[in-house]
Design a protein around this ligand. Sequence first.
Ligand code: ATP
Length: 240
Amino acid sequence: MLKATNPIIDLHDVSVTFQSNGKTLHAVNHVNLQINQGDIYGIIGYSGAGKSTLVRTINLLQQPTTGTVTVSGRHLQQLSNPDLRTARKKIGMIFQHFNLLNSRTVLNNVEYPLLSQSINKHDRRAKAKKLLELVGLGEFEASYPEQLSGGQKQRVAIARSLANDPDILVSDEATSALDPKTTNDILKLLKHLNETLDLTIVLITHEMQVIKSVCQHVAVMDQGKIIERGPVADVFSETV
Ligand SMILES: Nc1ncnc2c1ncn2[C@@H]1O[C@H](COP(=O)(O)OP(=O)(O)OP(=O)(O)O)[C@@H](O)[C@H]1O
């Protein structure tokens, strides 16, 4: 099947500046970034390079100071608030520290994003159970997050991020708190979801090994700019 050639994510001349202590900090500095549907696109760089700030513009959790954000052909800054809320549901996010609700069961955590939808309890439960099966945690639905390992918690977070059938998953250092074996398992899961759900994944990391093991393309960020980009094999050819 031919894939669409229009990028699913198109950041055009995006900048984000912060004012701190009377100084202007250029966290993201005139970045252009196009990501195609079905890609696993890595963004790598040192701490403070601007990776998180950049990817937070993809769903406008971070409003760019200048530039335009187009996702799935829609210019997000032009959307009404209700339309933006709908568009955001199609962009899942996972984080280093999982961000689970500790007072709720695993099943309730996965159901949570569906509570605001017009979907009845039975269907909601069924969907959450199916997602838990998909991430390999079917038998843990009644557990609480604190009873799980880090890798299992991240699987719950992944299941939750899929509740609204997103087109895009943004992974912000999702494996940084995990040991190498668990990291590998989570990356395999992400690759599986990419392939089976045609999920476009934007993956932030500071670890080259993570990029090499799952990403097709990579952008290297430094001081708010993308200083290098391309297929992983090309960008890292000298370091492989
Ligand atoms: N809300 C904010 N207010 C002020 N400065 C900020 C804000 N958010 C980020 N910054 C600054 O912007 C710069 C880029 O931060 P960002 O978190 O995007 O980098 P990063 O590459 O993701 O690094 P890390 O991996 O450490 O999160 C840093 O200097 C940071 O201190």
